[in-house]
Every structure is written in C-alpha cells, then in structure tokens.
Design a binder for this molecule. Structure first.
Ligand SMILES: Nc1ncnc2c1ncn2[C@@H]1O[C@H](COP(=O)(O)OP(=O)(O)OP(=O)(O)O)[C@@H](O)[C@H]1O
Ligand SMILES: [Mg+2]
Length: 431
C-alpha cells in the first residue's frame, strides 16, 4: 500500500486552521529516488502554496480570520467582500504538470497570480525552490519573475510591429540579454514550439494557434523553470487545441519544466495533469490524479465535471484492479479451481500492465469468467480485474467506501505533495 504525502487520494480538502499546518515537507515517493539528499537537508518542492488566501474588499485580514473560524464565503459577500481564494495549500514537484480546474469565478486566475507575485496574498505563503516569494522586496520579486517564472495567457498579446522572432525574444530583451544571444535563444524556442521558419513573419500573418505558439516560445526562450499557463489553449479551435496539448506534452518530456496549468475543461486537465486540483468558490475541493477524480469524485460538483469524460480511455487497469487473492477459489469454465497466483495467471483471458487503458479489457473480459491478470515489468501478478469491477467503474462514480483499494487507499493522509500515484494513459485521456 502506498503511503506518504501526495498519495492520500482522493480527498476533500477542508479548511485547516493555520495553527495546525498541513505538512508540506518530505520527499514524496517516486521523487526521493530521483534526487540525492545530503543528511539533514530538508526536501523542498519546486513550488509550494501554504494556506493561501486572497480577499478583495474592505478589511481583508479580518475576513481571513472569519473564514478561518468557519464563516461562509456568502456571508462575506453580503458585506461586499470577495473571498477569491480560501486556504489553498499544495505543492508541485520538479517536472510535474499541476492542473487547476474549476468553473468561471472559482478563483483559478487569482491563485495563479499569487504564485508569481503579481498579487500579494492576504494570508499564506508561496515558496519557490524554498524561497518565500511573499517576503521578497518588489525589486527582488521582479528579478525572480523575469528569470525563473514565465506566464502564458489565454489571449497572448503579441506586439504587432515586431517580427515573430522579436516577439519570442521579448522576455530576454526585458532581462537585458544582448541581441545576438537573444535571437539565438528565441530561434531555438520557436523551433521547440513548432514555428521554425516563421521567424521573420509578422504576427498578423499567423493564425490564432500559431500566435499562441509564439506566446509559448516567448515563455520557453527565457529558460524559466516554472511555467504558469492560464487558459492558454482555451481560445483555440478544438483540433488546434489538441495539437497544442500534444506539443506541450512532447516539450515537457524533453524540458521537464514545472508547470501550473489552468483550465475549465476536464478533458484537457486529464490529458495534461500529473495532478489536478479542482476549485469551487475559492476552495480546492479535491486534489488527485485524473483517475482519483474520475473514480471517486469528492462531491457532486466534481462529479458533474466528469460526466462527459470517456472513462474507458482514461482509467487504467492499475486504477481499478483488485488484489490477486480475490481470484483464489474461483473456477475456470472447465471446473479447475484457481488456488495460487500461478493458477490465476495461467487461466487469465489476457495479461496486461497497470497502465493499460481499461477499454482494452472488454474483449478479454467478455470471453471468460476468470479475471484479467495485471502484471508488473517482470511478469509477476500484481492484481486482477474481474468483469464486474470493469462494468462497475463505467457506471456511476463510486463513493470512497466502494472504490477499489488501490484508489481509496490512504484516504486520511495529508493533502499536499506527491507524485502521481498511478500512471495514467495520458495519450488516451482525451475523450
Ligand atoms: N481585482 C479584483 N477585485 C475584486 N474582485 C476580484 C478581483 N479579481 C478577481 N475578483 C473576484 O474573485 C473571484 C475569482 O476570480 P478569478 O478571476 O480568480 O476566477 P477564475 O476562476 O479565474 O475565473 P475565469 O474562469 O472566469 O477566468 C471572482 O468572484 C472575481 O469576481
Ligand atoms: Mg481566470
């Protein structure tokens, strides 16, 4: 069973009094192995949000105290105060894509703007590589923003009288990088963004999708480790949008940036996100992998997002499998009793890995009453998928109590940190 930060999924995130903070340090499983830690060195995520609040309106500090003691957001609104972000805590590891999803007005952009210091939090902290952004002077913050953090917006404003190359190099120009070096890096970034050969073109010669690629190139050219993307693909046509998602995933394989991506589209969230935070009315109501959110949505609000998702392509065998013991005692059509894991393996109608999308399990499941076998890289049995379970996950979302052990495990663990608990068939995650 998995344990430790980040694996306690899914969970509903309630308000935690700041006197009793959610633990934010300690290497999540899967990450510790990729880094060497000197003794007594504290592991730090690339990006951490600690109990962030943003209140717009009169007496914001007072409003935070009220929120902490349980006052409803609506009560504050009646007083003319907007609680845009309420007690948001999470951490993003190097190389992860962390998606924030929610309806319009749920606080996504406000949260993102606090992450790069464009908005000062009313309460809470933002740590980037362990450095508290909220404690920096305006000048220090500008330096961090221009060198380490890049933003890509929904409507990327290109300068109409500058060439594509000059537009892509704009962030470097702001940093004072000399022209030759700037052009070299901008050219490389344009190539990464799929725009090689367009350097001399003017923005109005490009389609909307290509303009958005210039925006992406501008963010990549600065070498910033942290990319903050606010609805970056939302204004694009569906096919171009898919292309851009593919491009981002492809780039991410090579560049391994740390990305916070905002969207109101669950399919996009599931395609891109290693982890997804769902926001409602300023609060993070669930945080987990795509599978966690699909299999055990924390509430009706989250469930309503999942209705149009093709579960059979997003969920994997690993997410729904049961312990192999559950197959012991079953009989084959020929009457042979399955006593051991070897028997189960031998009788299984198909052998798959944990990352196989469940759409591939239907045919084998329909031909045999013996469950499909799920094996690891060495071919050892790690679980089974019985037909009934396969059908059940395609129906109604489950409550945590009904969910397979692999998903419902550790439901009481802390909410922050962590690598994805299960591998998701990302390629297949767009329905
Ligand atoms: N500068 C501001 N002054 C007052 N209220 C604000 C301000 N900025 C945002 N808000 C309010 O905060 C709440 C969250 O807004 P935010 O823009 O973060 O939502 P969002 O999730 O990004 O929405 P969308 O999907 O429409 O972009 C909204 O109620 C909004 O009206
Ligand atoms: Mg927004």
């Amino acid at each position: 069973m998995r344990s430790g930060p980040g694996h306690g999924l899914p969970k509903t995130v309630g308000r935690t009094p700041r006197a009793d903070p959610v633990p934010l340090h300690g290497p999540p499983a899967g990450v510790a192995g990729r880094f060497s830690f000197r003794r007594r060195e504290v592991y730090v995520s690339r990006l951490q949000a600690e109990h962030l609040y943003k209140v717009f309106g009169a007496r914001p500090d007072e409003a935070v105290k009220k929120l902490e003691s349980g006052t409803d957001r609506e009560e504050l609104r009646a007083e003319g105060t907007t609680a845009a972000v309420i007690d948001a805590s999470f951490s993003v590891d190097p190389g992860q894509i962390f998606v924030v999803m929610g309806l319009s007005g749920s606080g996504k952009s406000t949260l993102l703007r606090m992450l790069n210091g464009l908005l000062e939090p009313t309460a809470g902290r933002v740590l980037f590589d362990g450095q508290d952004l909220t404690a920096l002077s305006a000048a220090e913050l500008r330096t961090v923003r221009s060198t380490k953090i890049s933003m890509v917006f929904q409507h990327f404003a290109l300068f109409p009288h500058r060439s594509v190359l000059e537009n892509a190099g704009y962030g470097l120009e702001v940093q004072g990088v000399p022209r030759a070096a700037r052009n070299k890096r901008a050219t490389e970034a344009l190539e990464l963004a799929g725009l090689a050969g367009w350097e001399k073109a003017w923005p109005d010669e490009l389609s909307g999708g290509m303009q958005q690629r210039v925006g992406l190139a501008r963010a990549l050219a600065t070498d910033a480790d942290l990319l903050l993307m606010d609805e970056s693909f939302s204004a694009l046509d569906p096919l171009i949008r898919r292309d851009m998602q593919d491009q981002l995933l492809e780039l991410q394989k090579r560049l391994k940036k740390t990305i916070v991506f905002i969207t109101h589209d669950l399919n996009e969230a599931m395609r891109l996100g290693d982890r997804i935070a769902v926001m409602r009315d300023g609060e993070i109501v669930q945080m987990g992998t795509a599978e966690d959110i699909l299999v055990t949505p924390a509430n009706d609000y989250v469930a309503s997002f999942t209705q149009d998702v093709d579960r059979s392509r997003v969920l994997t065998a690993g997410a729904i499998m049961a312990d192999s013991d559950t197959a012991h005692g079953l009989r084959t059509e020929g009457g042979q009793e399955l006593r051991t894991d070897e028997d189960v393996l031998a009788a299984a109608p198909a052998t798959v890995t944990a990352s196989t999308p469940i759409i591939e399990l239907f045919t084998p499941c329909s031909t045999s009453s013996v469950p499909v076998a799920v094996v690891d890289e060495e071919g050892r049995l790690v679980g089974v998928v019985p037909r009934a379970r396969l059908l059940a996950v395609l129906g109604e979302p489950m409550t945590p109590a009904e969910a397979p052990a692999s998903v419902a495990a550790d439901a009481s663990a802390p909410v922050t940190g962590g690598a994805p608990a299960l591998s998701l068939g990302k390629e297949a995650a767009s329905a």
